[in-house]
Design a protein around this ligand. Structure first.
Ligand code: ZN
Length: 302
C-alpha cells in the first residue's frame, strides 16, 4: 500500500484569477469537470471577492450553481472578509478558506486591514462558520516572504498559527504566495509550526516563481506534510502581489509524488491533457514542465 497524499487543485481560482484573458463560466465548469474526471477530489473553485477588484471571479455564484456534484468531491471558496463570508454562506459551497497575511503592508493591500485587526476579524469569522457548521480553513499568505516587507520571521508565522489553532479552525495552509522559499526554509517553518498547530491538518501552497516550487514540495513531504495545493498546467498568480507567478503545476507535483511512491488517486495523463486544453481559452502556453515533456516512462499507445 502506498501512502496517500492529497492534491487540492487551485487552478479554477488561484490559477485563473490573475489571467488577463477573461474566462467564461462554461470554460471554468469544463475545467472543473475535467479535473474531477482526472481524479481530483478537492478543488478551490471560486473566491467571494469584490468583482471590481478581481473581475475574473465576478461569476462566482454562477460557477457554484453549475458545479458538478459528487459525493466524494468537495469545493473550497475563498473569502477575504466578513462580507465575502456572508456571500459564501448563502451558497452551498462545501468549505470556506480565509486568508491571513503575515505582514501589515501586504495585509492592508490584500484585505484592507493590518495583520492584528485581520486576526481579530478571522476569529469572528471562524465563529460564524462554526455556527453554520461549515468547514473553515485559513491560509497564512506570505509565510516565507513578503513582496513589500521582505523577509518574514519564523516567529511571526508561529505566533499567527498559534492564534489560529486557538480558534479551532479546520485546516491551516502555509502559502509561499510570491515563490521565494527554498527547501531549508520549508523544513524550518513546518517543524516550527507543528509545535503549535496541534492536530490541525497542515496544507502547503507553493508558487514556482523562482523555480524552487517542486523542491519545496519535496521538503514538505519529507517534513510530513500530506496535503498540497497545485494548479493544472501551473497557471496562477496574485493580483495584489507584484511579480507573483504560477502555482506549482499539478502534473509536476504528481510526477514527483508518484515516482517517490506516494498515491494520489489522480491520473497524470488526464491532468496533462487538461492543461493542454486550457492553453486555448487562456491563449497562453502552460508554465508546468510535464505539460510539455510528458510522463516517464511513456505509456504504450492503447
Ligand atoms: Zn497562491
Amino acid at each position: 500500500m502506498h501512502e496517500n497524499i492529497e492534491i487540492v487543485d487551485v487552478g479554477p481560482r488561484d490559477g485563473l484569477q490573475s489571467q488577463p484573458q477573461l474566462v467564461d463560466t462554461q470554460t471554468k465548469i469544463s475545467l472543473i469537470k475535467r479535473l474531477i474526471a482526472a481524479g481530483i477530489r478537492r478543488l478551490e473553485a471560486v473566491s467571494f471577492v469584490n468583482p471590481k477588484r478581481v473581475p475574473q471571479m465576478a461569476d462566482a455564484d454562477a460557477v457554484i450553481e453549475q458545479l458538478p456534484r459528487h459525493e466524494d468531491v468537495s469545493y473550497i471558496g475563498l473569502v477575504l472578509n466578513e462580507k465575502g463570508l456572508e456571500r459564501a454562506l448563502d451558497t452551498d459551497i462545501d468549505q470556506l478558506n480565509c486568508v491571513m497575511v503575515t505582514t501589515d503592508t501586504f495585509c492592508q493591500r490584500n484585505q484592507g486591514k493590518n495583520a492584528s485587526d485581520m486576526l481579530e476579524a478571522i476569529a469572528a469569522m471562524a465563529l460564524t462558520a462554526q455556527r453554520s457548521r461549515r468547514f473553515f480553513g485559513v491560509t497564512v499568505a506570505a509565510t516565507f516572504g513578503c513582496p513589500f516587507e521582505g523577509e518574514v520571521a519564523v516567529d511571526t508565522v508561529v505566533n499567527i498559527v498559534q492564534r489560529l489553532a486557538a480558534m479551532g479552525i479546520d485546516e491551516i495552509s502555509l502559502a509561499d504566495s510570491i515563490g521565494v522559499a527554498v527547501p531549508s526554509d520549508v523544513t524550518r517553518v513546518v517543524m516550527a509550526v507543528r509545535e503549535v498547530s496541534g492536530a490541525i491538518p497542515l496544507r502547503l501552497h507553493f508558487h514556482n516563481t523562482r523555480n524552487t516550487g517542486i523542491a519545496n514540495v519535496y521538503a514538505a513531504v519529507e517534513a510530513g506534510v500530506r496535503i498540497f495545493d497545485a494548479s493544472c498546467g501551473g497557471v496562477g498568480g496574485c493580483p495584489f502581489a507584484p511579480g507573483a507567478t504560477g502555482n506549482v503545476g499539478t502534473e509536476d507535483v504528481l510526477y514527483l509524488l508518484h515516482r517517490l511512491g506516494y498515491a494520489t488517486g489522480i491520473d497524470i495523463e488526464e491532468v496533462i491533457a487538461t492543461a493542454k486544453w486550457l492553453e486555448q481559452p487562456l491563449q497562453t502556453s502552460m508554465p508546468a514542465m510535464l505539460t510539455h515533456a510528458g510522463v516517464f516512462p511513456h505509456r504504450p499507445a492503447a
